[in-house]
Ligand binder design. Structure first.
Ligand code: IPE
Ligand code: IPE
Ligand code: MG
Length: 253
């Protein structure tokens, strides 16, 4: 018998772990630097980034995860040059357009989280179509964070709660962590167990501020277009070796 590759070994480690992760969220960073290092345009980096995102969806399913959240455009990314913003919008358009039939057939439920009010009418319609057409799928849950900011999400939730309070639908005592959760874009999806960020930056850049309160974090010195199944499996292997204590004393205590 030949030795199993590292990715397989990690797969078993994940499957056998007492606390196998269900939900991984990824800050896909480093497309621009990947392109610069090759003398290419930033848009080429973003295009490669989409390929890496496809690999990540496949990898997540192979590794036995149930939920994957990909951060692809932040509320702060509007600060970029207009041309780059246009490229990033087109790539979402292309990703949904090209991949929707396959995702649909493979049982993937797609949800876009973030504020869609500022998206163009065609993109809004496409996002709605992706969600409607995959609504009943249960095999795997893919959340794409687009025009997403953790603070923006919390403010939108607070506004919705204030409105519900004013109409009498929600009372002050009804507000609990659980009911608050139901006002978030991510309602119904468990908190991420692990947040991975590529590119070597060690910050969360306004990602899932509420949901990732107790997530494990892994920061990789790899630019997003170079992220692959092996790195994904290794990250999950590392996650499985960590002890999550949630404020308690843990196994050794
Ligand atoms: C991540 O890559 C993609 C988005 C934030 C949209 P970047 O475009 O941030 O790449 P770097 O960080 O400049 O290398
Ligand atoms: C974070 O990357 C947002 C996404 C990956 C979509 P950025 O490149 O925008 O983050 P900063 O500016 O380095 O914090
Ligand atoms: Mg960046």
């Amino acid at each position: 018998m030949t030795a199993s590759p590292a990715s397989d070994r990690n797969h078993y480690a994940v499957a056998e772990s007492a606390h196998a992760p269900k939900h991984v969220a990824i800050i896909m960073d480093g497309n621009g630097r990947w392109a610069s290092a090759r003398g290419l345009a930033r848009s080429d980096g973003h295009r490669e980034g989409v390929k890496a995102a496809r690999r990540a969806v496949e990898g997540a399913r192979d590794l036995g995860l149930k939920y994957l959240t990909l951060y692809s455009f932040s509320t702060e990314n509007w600060r970029r040059p207009a041309g780059e913003i246009r490229d990033l919008m087109s790539l979402l358009r292309q990703f949904i357009g090209d991949d929707l039939p396959r995702l649909k057939d493979e049982g993937v439920k797609v949800r876009i989280i973030g504020d869609r009010e500022n998206l163009s009418p065609d993109l809004k319609a496409l996002v709605r179509r992706a969600e409607n057409e995959t609504h009943d799928n249960t095999e795997f849950f893919l959340q794409i964070a687009f025009n997403y900011g953790g603070r923006d999400e919390l403010i939108r939730a607070a506004r919705a709660i204030a409105k519900a309070f004013k109409s009498g639908a929600v009372g002050v005592q009804d507000l609990t962590e659980e009911s608050f959760n139901s006002f978030l874009d991510t309602h119904g999806v468990p908190d991420p167990d692990l947040v991975i960020r590529t590119s070597g930056e060690k910050r969360i850049s306004n990602f899932l501020l509420w949901q990732a309160a107790y997530a494990e974090y892994i920061f990789l010195d790899v630019l997003w277009p170079d992220f692959d199944a092996k790195l994904f499996a290794e990250a999950l292997g590392e996650y499985c070796r960590r002890e999550r204590r949630y404020g308690g004393v843990g196994g050794a205590g």
